[in-house]
Write a protein of this length. Structure first.
Ligand code: ADP
Ligand code: MG
Length: 674
């Protein structure tokens, strides 16, 4: 397998009980997708399945052995040899695999596994003639191990399922117009592909010809089909519903949407939640303490003159009662389930730390353009001060052609609609939150906002320009040095779901919501009004560093989340306690800087993710409280109240299973709406 084993770590640790459950949903690794085939995901899925089957088989054998011994003890006496054979079988099937794994851990990594405690306890029981009790322990242990494993597997399959949705081959259009079937891994950027109705989009691309609707639910969790026209982006693993489409490949397999999602999740391995680290630390330290403590109990009881048999029995009971299985599994069970539920709804957390942090967030700051607004802006007005309109548009489109900003896309669409060919512009440089500069045949050229104009010493008091400024739209000025050639107004609309999303966050108890934009205040206020945000919540005309400073200010009053999409948001995304990037549409830089990627455009998901994070925090508290409490009761019972070994076993295993099931409830939390 490529990297880490999948969560649960069946392959190198034998059973889910080894408890190294990373918040990693997909472990097959990104590199496998770039490689020869897509088998590694399936392979890891299969071996995982094998691990589960093997666990269940071993548990069944253990139970069979135990069953025979129980019949002999309580119903009718069976031949001695049969009963002894059955018990040995139960010990072998229930204890040997776990014991081997535990020994491996001990010698390879110098770590004492919890499995070891169980095996030692069973052997201790057997050594004092309580072989039946030992067998009960092993049987319950192996069963709950198998069940946990199975349950955790469910959580992990959410993203794995996505990988299975990728087609193996694509229909490529050759230059002579014929179609050929090629392996998806062999596709190159620039290739043109034909998508038949019902076909899955094999890699990220752009629609060239045809119009239709695409089911993007695999990526965004959104059930409603999204209609696509020429020029629109198509995401890998989405389904072309009807119509024949021709698309151009914009990203190869290794850098397409699914690979990026996997990278987001796998790179997060190190970002463990604090509570996760606690439960791991606890497990590691405490296991040693339990073993030492049980030996101490044995020694003390012997010193007090107890018969060896009784002292050993008591020590074994304490060993079982004090084993921290439930504590150690309680946190990953909750976090993994929540991460999977979120991923299914198009909200990707880079690990448990972000999830746990989001639960504490009390303030949300939003970037405007591309986050609260669609980013699909239109050029709505045009003022030409020098030369003719076509020449002006050709110049503006020429310089914007190199920009990835939403404004640039609007300008290019406007040029195309007018049938204007952009002029060639070189030495292009982007100035975040200001604009862009470059050089054409006639010399230096700039396009941008008032700040850019001021920097160039340009005068914006021409009546046509002040008229434009009176509106509530984004204005892009074009100029050469201090000379203004003209300007365009660009109108952007708020996202359909943004108002509901903001309202839902307020309902969820978020005290502070802010808009932080590099755009003009007039535009920001108009969008804010559409979203039910108050003017004092709007911060406009910001440079990237201003956003960072404002987030810093908010952070003084509590945890802050920043939601953004652009290059200019990267600083604020990184500074915020939780950075949330608009996933599918956002820039690569923003995705890198963020802790969470919102793959869906649906802002309501944000509030759902927020609620999920809070519920997860609650479940973790419940689980830890319950697990620690149950352990305390069992230990006290084992030490002072003659708690029988079978009861300790049932309490211990039952508690472990309960916290896992409690964690799994999060899996059903509906992030998906509609
Ligand atoms: P937001 O913070 O709302 O996402 P940005 O910081 O990306 O907005 O942009 C702020 C302003 O900077 C824009 O409203 C625009 O006036 C100017 N600007 C940024 N990039 C460009 C560009 N490529 N062309 C013209 N103007 C730009
Ligand atoms: Mg933006």
């Amino acid at each position: 397998m490529a990297r880490q084993p999948l969560a649960g770590g069946d392959d190198d640790q034998g059973r889910g009980r080894s408890l190294h459950v990373e918040p990693v949903l997909v472990g097959a690794g990104v590199e496998s997708r770039a490689g020869a085939g897509d088998i590694s995901a399936e392979r890891s899925g299969q071996s995982h399945q094998h691990g589960q089957d093997r666990d269940l088989l071993l548990a069944a054998i253990t139970w069979l052995g135990l069953g025979v011994a129980l019949v002999d003890a309580f119903l009718l006496p069976l031949p001695w040899l049969l009963v002894q054979g059955a018990l040995v079988l139960a010990y072998l099937a229930g204890g040997v695999p776990a014991g081997l794994v535990a020994l491996q851990q001990l010698f390879r990594k110098g770590r004492l596994d919890i499995d070891m405690l169980m095996v030692v306890a069973a052997l201790a029981a057997a050594s004092v003639g309580a072989a039946l009790e030992g067998a009960v322990l092993l049987a319950l242990f192996s069963l709950s191990g198998a069940l946990e494993h199975r349950a955790m597997g469910r959580a992990r399959r959410a993203v794995e399922a996505l990988m299975a949705l990728r087609p193996d081959t694509a229909l490529r259009l050759r230059t002579d117009g014929r179609q050929e079937e090629v392996a998806v891994a062999a596709l190159l950027v620039g290739d043109r592909l034909v998508l038949r109705p019902g076909a899955r989009v094999p890699v990220d691309g752009q629609l060239l010809e045809g119009a239709g609707a695409v089911d993007e639910s695999t990526i965004t969790g959104e059930a409603m089909p999204v209609s696509k026209a020429a020029g629109d982006a198509l995401h890998e693993a989405t389904v072309n519903l009807h119509g024949v489409l021709v698309m151009q490949v914009t990203r190869d397999l290794a850098s397409s949407t699914v690979a990026r999602m996997i990278a987001l999740v796998t790179e997060a391995q190190a970002m463990k939640a604090p509570s996760e680290r606690f439960s791991e630390w606890f497990g590691a330290r405490y296991t040693v303490a339990v073993l030492v403590g049980s030996v101490l109990v044995l020694a003390v009881l012997l010193a007090m003159g107890w018969p060896f048999q009784d002292a050993m029995y008591r020590a074994a009971t304490v060993l079982v009662a004090a084993s921290p299985c439930a504590v150690v599994i309680s946190v990953p069970a909750a976090i993994l389930s929540a991460l999977a539920a979120a991923a299914r709804g198009g909200v990707l957390f880079k690990g448990g730390a972000a999830l746990e942090m989001l639960a504490e967030v009390r303030a949300y700051a939003f970037d405007k353009t591309g986050t609260l607004t669609t980013g699909r802006a239109e050029v709505s007005e045009l003022v030409v001060l020098e030369g003719d309109e076509a020449g002006f548009v050709a110049l503006l489109a020429g310089i914007e052609a190199a920009s990835e900003h939403h404004i640039a896309a609007a300008v290019l669409r406007a040029a195309e609609a007018r049938g204007v060919v952009p002029v060639a512009v070189q030495e292009v440089q982007a100035w975040p939150s200001e604009g862009i500069t470059g050089t054409d045949a006639a010399g230096a050229l700039w396009a941008g906002n008032m700040r850019m104009a001021a920097r160039m010493g340009a005068d914006l008091t021409h009546p046509a320009l002040t008229d434009l400024q009176a509106g509530a739209q984004t204005i892009v000025y074009l100029g050469r040095g201090p000379l203004v050639l003209g300007a365009v107004a660009v109108a952007d609309t708020s996202r359909a779901t943004a108002a509901a999303g903001v309202a839902a966050l307020r309902n969820a108890g978020v005290r502070q919501i802010a808009m932080m934009t590099g755009d003009r205040r007039e535009v920001a206020l108009r969008i804010a009004a559409e979203l039910g945000m108050r003017p004092e919540e709007v911060f406009a005309g910001l440079m990237p560093a201003d956003k960072v400073r404002l987030v810093d200010d908010l952070a003084k009053q509590g945890r802050v989340a920043f939601v953004g999409d652009g290059v200019n948001d990267a600083g604020a995304l990184a500074r915020a306690d939780v950075g949330i990037a608009m996933g599918a549409a956002g820039s690569e830089v923003a995705l890198q800087a963020a802790d969470v990627a919102l793959l869906s455009d649906d802002m309501a998901r944000l509030a759902l993710a927020h609620r999920l994070a809070r519920r997860t925090a609650r479940v973790i508290k419940q689980n830890l409280g319950f697990a620690l409490g149950a352990m305390l009761v069992l230990v006290v019972g084992g030490l002072f109240f003659n708690l029988p070994l079978p009861l300790a076993v049932i309490g211990h295993e039952g508690g472990t299973l309960l916290v896992v099931l409690n964690g799994l409830r999060l899996l059903r939390d509906p992030i998906r709406v509609g």
